[in-house]
Ligand binder design. Structure first.
Ligand code: G1P
Length: 297
């Protein structure tokens, strides 16, 4: 089995109801942090990690997402004529090679495991594959998936990104049961999706995965798990039951939960402050807002 990971699955079929009414007509993955859609952050991270093939698991109403990756020939020509080379570079940075993206449909919302399973025919049987959840935006250097691919090169098996969360928040996540804590890398002896009680640890699974080929086979069982959905976490936990290894990587970087409004706003502030052209003005404004709030209290 080759440990080289060149394909990534992006489950983007979700309805994004937490962001209604915005998501009434735009896919949530097109929502922007500063000026880049969430999906662009995910794609850039995948590319930095050496991913060459991008598999989108979509659903009805995601047309804008598919169009986003088309080359915008007219726009490019207009910018070129106007000598707007900086904008042209930004636009060209979003272009994908023909054939590098594949789309498969998930016809019914049956959970993350089911979404990943929908892509099974596009991943050769002996290949590991990455999964990126676009809701989890991670600011890190090197980017999170690259850190994972490097670590996975050493460990093999299946790897999930992980971070500590407050115990009372574990019920919102997949949670690792730790067999051995080696610092950055943790070996798991189990994983539980959204434990209602007695979480095995406070190490949460964050939306980056490198799946051994057997995980996709485990998904063939289409077993219902937490919330009546087919859970990716359960298919990963099956690996351990069958004697294969699963690791968590405590990645270096800051994760923003852009599936929640508060997380999205925090990410907007963080990515806004990262921009040289915005930082000073934006920081002045934030300081002003904070002092006004304090004075009003
Ligand atoms: C999904 C996974 C969960 C993971 C989380 C990370 O849950 O099922 O294991 O901890 O992403 O964001 P969701 O947030 O989609 O309910």
């Amino acid at each position: 089995m080759s440990r080289k990971v060149t394909k990534a699955i992006f489950p983007v079929a979700g309805l994004g109801t937490r962001f209604l009414p915005a998501t009434k007509s735009i896919p949530k993955e097109i929502m922007t942090l500063v000026d880049r859609p969430l999906i662009q952050y995910a794609i850039d991270e995948a590319r930095a990690a050496g991913i060459e093939e991008f598999i989108f698991v979509t659903s009805r109403g995601k047309g804008a997402l598919e169009d986003y990756f088309d080359h915008a020939h007219e726009l490019e020509a207009t910018l070129k004529r106007g000598g707007k080379n900086d904008l042209l570079d930004i636009l060209r940075g979003t272009n994908m090679d023909s054939g590098a993206i594949a789309y498969v449909r998930q016809h019914k919302a049956m959970g993350l495991g089911h979404a990943v399973w929908c892509a099974r025919r596009l991943v050769p049987e002996n290949e590991s594959v990455a999964v990126i959840l676009t809701d989890d935006v991670i600011m890190g250097e090197p980017p999170c998936l690259q850190q994972m691919i490097e670590a996975h090169g050493e460990t093999g098996g299946t790897m999930v990104a992980t971070m500590e969360v407050p115990m009372e928040k574990t019920k919102s996540y997949g949670v690792l049961d730790v067999a051995e804590d080696m610092g950055a890398i943790v070996k798991a002896k189990g994983l539980v999706e959204k434990p209602k009680e007695n979480p095995p640890s406070n190490l949460a699974v964050i939306g980056r995965y490198i799946l051994a080929p057997t995980v996709l086979q485990n998904l063939n069982k289409l077993r219902e798990g937490a919330g009546g959905e087919i859970q990716l976490t359960d298919a990963i936990a099956d690996e351990i039951v069958e004697g294969r290894e699963v690791f968590g990587l405590r990645f270096r970087g800051q994760r923003y939960d852009c599936g929640s409004k508060a997380g999205f706003l925090q990410a907007t502030v963080a990515f806004g402050l990262e921009r040289d052209e915005l930082r000073d003005e934006f920081l002045d404004y934030l300081n002003e807002v904070v002092s006004m709030q304090r004075a009003a209290e």
